[in-house]
Design a protein around this ligand. Structure first.
Ligand SMILES: O=C(O)CCC(=O)C(=O)O
Ligand SMILES: [Fe+2]
Length: 396
């Protein structure tokens, strides 16, 4: 039976034209704190730029596969890549979408690598990328203010940070066990600015743990709190669990998710001003793995637990059973699936169960690079056999 999903009734709407008014900063605080989400209206991006961005992407996805094939890749480092994802996790069926991922900052660096078909793709998407970047920077300043920090806090890092654009295409599916959609996840970004051609976004309501659909407000863009903002705010703002399930009528849906993060080399850590005795750093932990791997005892750093907020307690309880004090080298985990900063990564938990195939989610905390003895620990870990290292370390 199809899951019935209610509409989210009172999601916050932020009027961008009044952004720095005290009352709006307060609304942003409440929105990030209670929902991890808000709509933004009067955002200043011209309708024509939005329409053209949707148009060229719809033309791109409508092209025959042979024309998209040159961008087909699973290499997350590619500045422009096309892929099809099918995951089996919705009511025992599969969820399917096509996507195009574009590196977008600095634009002049990447633009020539973006699709050359349709002909005006680069021009129109370049315009959208520039506009949405400006919007993201302004929103980030206001979000810093809403945390009682200076609007210039991390401004430079954010301005020089990464911008990735993920364009999702959800054509109607004809197979009975496949539905168009994106499975439940949190974004690894600081914030994501989402443009939807039609409704389909669902977010988890924290007050009752139920999935609710997000109404489409004329002319609005959607702002999603990502994992990095959760870390920067020391857990005050939590990343929001969301998914996309376009209605099963015959309409193709497009969404353009603009992910803003700090630079790949930047340390993502809780802002010092938000850390005190009552609010210790909540986003990282290290632990000693009881069973040595290849004869080398290890320190595992960065466990954060399940990305599903209702299961975090379980994760912490599990960690409580392990002994966290150790001076041993780290186990550096491989980045398998992510093309964002390697904060959230998949790793098999072979070390404590002997099961190589069960996947567990970990967050890798770059915060550790701030520690005095870190350099030596990393150097020692680097000299371990290849299986214990990860190229992800170079990027953190
Ligand atoms: O299609 C949507 O509305 C959501 C897409 C999304 O969450 C993502 O690309 O991270
Ligand atoms: Fe997302």
């Amino acid at each position: 039976m199809e899951e019935t999903v209610q509409t989210f009734k009172k999601l916050p709407i932020i009027d961008f034209s009044l952004l720095h008014h005290d009352s709006v900063i307060k609304q942003i605080h409440e929105a990030c704190r209670n929902f991890g989400f808000f709509h933004v209206i009067n955002h200043g991006i011209p309708d024509s730029v939005i329409e053209e961005a949707l148009n060229v992407n719809s033309m791109f996805f409508d092209m025959p596969m042979a024309m998209k094939e040159e961008l087909l890749s699973d290499d997350v480092q590619k500045p422009a890549r096309f892929s099809r994802v099918q995951v089996g996790c919705h009511e025992n069926g599969m969820l399917s979408r096509d996507f195009l991922k574009l590196y977008a900052h600095p634009l002049h660096h990447f633009l020539s690598l973006w699709p050359s078909n349709p002909l005006n793709y680069r021009e129109n998407m370049g315009m959208y990328a520039t506009e949405v970047r400006k919007l993201g920077i302004e929103l980030f300043g206001a979000i810093m203010e809403s945390l009682n920090l200076s609007p210039t806090q991390l401004k430079q890092n954010f301005e020089h940070g990464a911008q990735l654009i993920g364009i999702n295409s959800y054509p109607p599916c004809s197979e009975s066990n496949v539905k168009a959609g994106t499975s439940a996840h949190t974004d690894h970004s600081i914030i994501t600015v989402l443009l939807q051609s039609s409704p389909g976004l669902h977010i988890m309501d924290r007050s009752d743990g139920a999935w609710k659909s997000v109404s489409k407000i004329e002319g609005s863009l959607e702002v999603i709190v990502g994992d990095h903002l959760e870390v920067i705010s020391n857990g005050l703002y939590r990343s929001v669990l969301h998914r996309a399930l376009p209605s099963s009528d015959n309409v193709s849906r497009l969404s353009i998710a603009d992910f803003h993060s700090l630079g790949m080399d930047d340390i993502v850590e809780p802002t010092t001003k938000l850390v005190d005795e009552k609010h210790p750093k909540s986003s990282h932990i290290s632990l000693h793995l009881p069973n040595p791997v290849a004869g080398v005892p290890l320190l595992l750093s960065g466990f954060y637990g399940s990305p599903f907020s209702d299961r975090r307690k379980e994760s912490w309880q599990l960690l409580g059973l392990m002994n966290p004090s150790s001076h041993l080298p780290w186990l550096v985990l491989p980045v398998i699936m992510s093309d964002h900063n390697p904060l959230l990564i998949n790793c098999s938990n072979q070390h404590d169960t002997g099961d190589f195939h069960r996947l567990k989610l970990f967050r890798y905390e770059a915060t550790w690079f701030g520690k005095q003895d870190c350099k030596k620990i990393v150097e020692d870990a680097w000299s371990l056999p290849r299986v214990l290292r990860s190229d992800g370390l170079k990027k953190v």
